[in-house]
Design a protein around this ligand. Structure first.
Ligand code: BTN
Length: 272
């Protein structure tokens, strides 16, 4: 509870039994109670009745076997200056890196990022991340609500789709759900502070290592692969994913040589 929040540098952490969606709830709280829910406030729900995923899909998660966690952020640098909103596109990848680290530390699992921000183990999805903007209070820039749904200990028959897995299935043993949550939040808070200290610049050295852009690039298994991309309007591209641009958008070279930069969409990895 409060002890952990203070140690990890979170402004607040609340765990509730049931609500619609932790993302929706934090967007509302950011608007209605901006002073009580400051930067790095966390809301966790045991059960969501209206959890949602990317591209307006529902997100279902069995009670007790998964984590639904959202973090409210008001990104600003140590001098109190708000981060440029163009830098916000790096916040979901920051969360994906933190989750990857938590899975390695707590479960001993090696995972990777599938563009845009799924965390996968052996190609199967273990977590999805979804960020929303909340209108800023008193003319301030928008706040960010960063939600993660994590499949912790779903059994085979509880998986929503055949392309999903859970941490315990992948590891072949039980997983400490609270330990995983704590490790994720701690690692995320550390990375987020470094990101804010760098003014949201993804291309400068970061948290004592290489730039955020290159860390995300290295962790992303989509790069270098043949992909089929379904764009939000329904169009499809087939080609090779070659890299990420300075906002984290996916660069794709189509089979006919056409170049595209994809900001949002669904990616299927194809066989070489
Ligand atoms: C996806 O892969 O499509 C993203 C899934 C995000 C699910 C999480 S669960 C916590 C938070 N609350 C929501 O309603 N969605 C996110």
């Amino acid at each position: 509870g409060a002890d952990f929040a203070a140690r990890a540098g979170l402004s607040r952490i609340e765990i509730v039994e049931e609500l619609g969606s932790t993302n929706d709830e934090l967007v509302l709280l950011a608007e209605t109670q901006p002073d009580e829910w400051g930067d790095l406030a966390v809301l966790v729900a045991e059960r969501q009745t209206r959890g949602h995923g990317r591209l307006h899909r529902p997100w279902e998660s069995p009670v007790g076997a998964s984590l639904a966690v959202s973090i409210l952020l008001r990104p600003h640098n140590p001098d109190g200056r708000p981060l440029p909103t163009q830098s916000y596109s790096w916040i979901s990848p920051l969360a994906a890196l933190a989750l990857r680290e938590a899975l390695a530390q707590v479960v001993g699992l090696e995972s990777a990022l599938k563009w845009p921000n799924d965390v996968v183990v052996g190609g199967l999805k273990i977590s999805g991340i979804l960020a929303h903007l909340a209108p800023g209070a008193h003319g301030e820039p928008p706040a960010v609500v960063l939600g993660a749904g994590i499949n912790v200990s779903l059994r085979e028959d509880e998986l929503p789709v055949p392309t999903a897995t859970s941490a315990s299935l992948a590891a072949g043993r039980p997983v400490d759900r609270t330990g995983l949550l704590a490790a994720y939040l701690e690692d995320f808070a550390r990375r987020y502070r470094a990101f804010c200290a760098a003014d949201g610049n993804a291309e400068t050295p970061f948290a004592g290592g290489r730039s955020l852009l290159s860390q995300v690039q290295d962790a992303t298994i989509t790069l270098g692969r043949r992909v089929r991309v379904e764009l939000p309007g329904g169009r499809r591209l087939v080609g090779r994913a070659t890299g990420l641009d300075s906002h984290g958008a996916l660069q794709v070279v189509e089979d006919d040589g056409g170049r595209h930069t994809v900001g949002a969409g669904d990616v299927v990895h194809l066989r070489p």
